[in-house]
Design a protein around this ligand. Sequence first.
Ligand SMILES: [Zn+2]
Length: 73
Amino acid sequence: MRNKDELLNDLKLDMPKIDPVEGMKCPICGKPTTNKYKPFCSKRCADIDLDKWFNGNYVIHTEEAPNDDALNQ
Ligand SMILES: [Zn+2]
């Protein structure tokens, strides 16, 4: 798992240095996106989204078998 700074750096790599980003809204709170934290409006919302990653909301848990419910019953 990569850390937050690396993820945020990737988000910024191909973006022009404009702030905020026109036509984009933060997926967390709906405020205008800023280039620095694209696609989010702020570090707070970026952290909220990344926390979802770390909490497993966006990824499949690897410690449990994800493909067969019958094995557990
Ligand atoms: Zn936001």
